[in-house]
Design a protein around this ligand. Structure first.
Ligand SMILES: [Zn+2]
Length: 180
């Protein structure tokens, strides 16, 4: 009999505790709390509730109380952190894509002209030197805006005109001068 009473008391106590848990009210204003949508916060928590009184909007997150202002600044920081992570991911992906495009171009040029890798790399970086061929200049700087050609008894002279006052001079197909 005494055991039954103890058991009943225990059941009542446990039920009472659960009831109390359900009825948590705002520490600041006494209003009802409603569950907080975790998705919108950028923060992971097990249990978060927010006060329904518009002027209060205190938050109760995993057993810690925050005023509206405190909680907003916590959320703001978390969202900024998340944005930064996404930004970094995009930056990383852009770099990877650039690297892939560069590698593809190097391979293409090596296959087309049979250049060494070292030469190909300096060409796609836009470096041209005296003695370079027309192909090299075209791959390094692109197609010129215009070409003026002079043919004499000594050979063929060309002036390739690029924008912004850049010129390349050729004598019999080899670079003899670069003006920039
Ligand atoms: Zn409140």
């Amino acid at each position: 009999m005494r055991n039954i009473i103890v058991n009943i008391l225990l059941i009542i106590t446990v039920t009472g505790l659960i009831g109390a848990e359900d009825g948590i009210r705002c520490k600041y204003c006494g209003c009802e709390l409603v569950p907080l949508d975790q998705e919108k916060t950028g923060i992971e928590f097990d249990e978060g509730n927010i006060c329904t009184y518009p002027k209060c909007q205190a938050a109760y997150i995993d057993g810690v109380w925050y005023t509206k202002e405190d909680w907003n600044s916590v959320v703001e920081k978390a969202l900024k952190g998340k944005a930064k992570i996404i930004e970094n991911e995009i930056e990383k992906q852009v770099k990877i894509n650039q690297e892939i495009r560069r590698e593809n171009r190097i391979r293409e040029l090596i296959q087309k002209y049979n250049w060494t890798r070292k030469r190909t790399e300096r060409i796609i970086e836009g470096f041209i030197y005296i003695g370079d061929t027309k192909e090299i200049v075209r791959e390094a700087w692109g197609v010129p805006k215009s070409i003026s050609r002079t043919i004499t008894g000594y050979g063929t002279y060309e002036q390739w005109v690029y924008g912004l006052g850049y010129y390349v001079y050729f004598e019999n197909g080899k670079v003899t001068g670069i003006q920039d």
